[in-house]
Design a binder for this molecule. Structure first.
Ligand code: HEM
Length: 399
């Protein structure tokens, strides 16, 4: 796989290889006609049954931009905006400058740029009326651990701009923000980061800012269970038809207190999650991918993976509780409360967040050792509509 990746970065025009490449994540399904590998010329096809940005190996960077619809923008305005977002995002993904791009040279290095579009409840209401709302599209129930800042909570439109290069992201985000300015105003934006290609072994699971191996337990896009959990394939989702081929997203901005984590010794860090810090292996196993044995007890008869361990509390207790997780680290000089802030932009993708995510979050709210060092400060739920083909636009099934 490494040889393929090197070949792909060295030569242009490898469009249509149809081979999976894994960089900084698990090997994943590759969309047709995308350029394999990574590097400034690497491209991911924008068009398709599902939106780009969910099934591909995670990029090094992601910028999350959430917007509020301006007063008076109705169905027709939303449709015009979505056409612009679709066409510009597709051009950027193809390394072509969108119309009215004043820095077209910056568009020529897409570095796997992908844009994913999400809808908050107000957009769905204005576009198609309340009847079109999926039952779960709205604020999550309140959790005891939450310390939500209203500024980082909710939002009508979400754009996730991903790439392996921040210059490509900055340019793409600016184009999209400028082009949609008359329809929406920016609510918040935040950059997330993971390992860059080559900075961690190929296919390695990322580490978060606590140093933990984070993202081991799937489903990952290459797993058979991904399509059911995320697209709802084979499940009775209860979703309106316009969301077929789409999914739901819970986006949480979770502060991680690096200072108090510093005071915790290694055995307690490992017990807090139930996994080893060095390898990411469960405390009952040898290597990262070993299945956890939640029944195992030590010589004193105590559970090897403690009752309060994050992984035990978060582990799906019913098939419905399975969703796909992805995290991007973030770090700010001045965050909530004007203090330095570090944390995780936590994403849970699933066809019905009320059914899949909420019961797990409730359990973690009741008891989870990790709550000692983590605090949710932002939260939003979005519908991620299906993809579209060239000539169409994201959201065309809704409006
Ligand atoms: C597992 C960290 C928040 C759900 C894990 C693991 C780590 C981790 C290190 C073990 C490795 C892995 O399988 O990925 C964190 C951190 C968080 C956070 C640092 C916040 C800053 C959450 C939240 C949820 C969640 C909010 C859902 C409500 C899960 C699940 C697993 C997991 C489902 C897999 C459990 C299993 O083994 O079956 N997390 N997590 N995590 N986490 Fe989190």
């Amino acid at each position: 796989r490494r040889a393929l990746m090197q070949g792909a970065t060295a030569s242009a025009g490898l469009v249509g290889l149809g081979v999976a490449t894994g960089v900084g994540g698990h090997a994943a399904h590759t969309r047709q006609t995308e350029q394999a590998g990574w590097g400034h010329e690497a491209m991911v096809r924008f068009y398709g049954e599902h939106q780009a940005g969910l099934e591909q190996p995670a990029t090094s960077f992601a910028r999350y931009l959430t917007f509020d619809l301006r007063p008076g923008i109705g169905a027709e305005g939303i449709r015009r905006m979505l056409r612009i977002v679709t066409e510009d995002s597709a051009s950027l993904a193809e390394g072509k400058a969108p119309l009215a791009d004043s820095e077209p040279e910056l568009a020529s290095m897409p570095s796997r740029l992908m844009v994913t579009v999400g809808f908050g409840p107000e957009l769905v209401r204005r576009a198609a009326g309340s009847m079109a709302l999926p039952s779960w599209l709205g604020p999550l129930p309140a959790f005891g651990i939450d310390r939500l800042d209203p500024q980082y909570t909710g939002g009508d439109v979400l754009l996730i701009v991903q790439a392996d290069d921040l210059v490509a992201i900055s340019h793409g985000a600016r184009v999209l923000t400028r082009q949609t300015r008359s329809f929406v105003s920016l609510r918040w934006s935040l950059d997330g980061f993971r390992h860059s290609p080559g900075a961690a072994p190929s296919g390695a699971t990322m580490r978060n800012l606590f140093g933990q191996v984070d993202g081991t337990q799937g489903p990952h896009p290459s797993d058979a269970s991904f399509a059911r959990a995320v697209w709802g394939e084979g499940a009775s989702t209860g979703n309106p038809g316009w969301l077929d081929g789409g999914t739901g997203l819970v986006l949480r901005r979770i502060q991680m207190d690096l200072d108090t984590w510093d005071e915790v010794d290694r055995p307690d860090r490992e017990r807090a999650v139930g996994r080893r810090m060095d390898t990411g292996a469960p405390l009952t196993g040898e290597v990262e991918q070993d299945a956890a044995d939640f029944e195992a007890r030590d010589a004193r008869g105590l559970p090897v993976i403690p009752d309060f361990a994050h992984m035990r509390r978060a582990h799906a207790q019913r098939p419905d509780e399975v969703f796909a997780r992805r995290g991007y680290n973030y770090e700010l000089e001045h965050g909530v409360g004007s203090k330095p802030e570090a944390g995780l932009l936590f994403e849970a993708f699933g066809y019905n967040p009320s059914r899949q995510f909420v019961p797990v979050q409730r359990r973690l709210d009741d008891m989870d050792m990790m709550n000692l060092w983590t605090t949710p400060v932002g939260s939003a739920v979005y519908a991620i509509p299906p993809g579209c083909e060239r000539g169409g636009y994201i959201g065309q099934t809704l409006i």
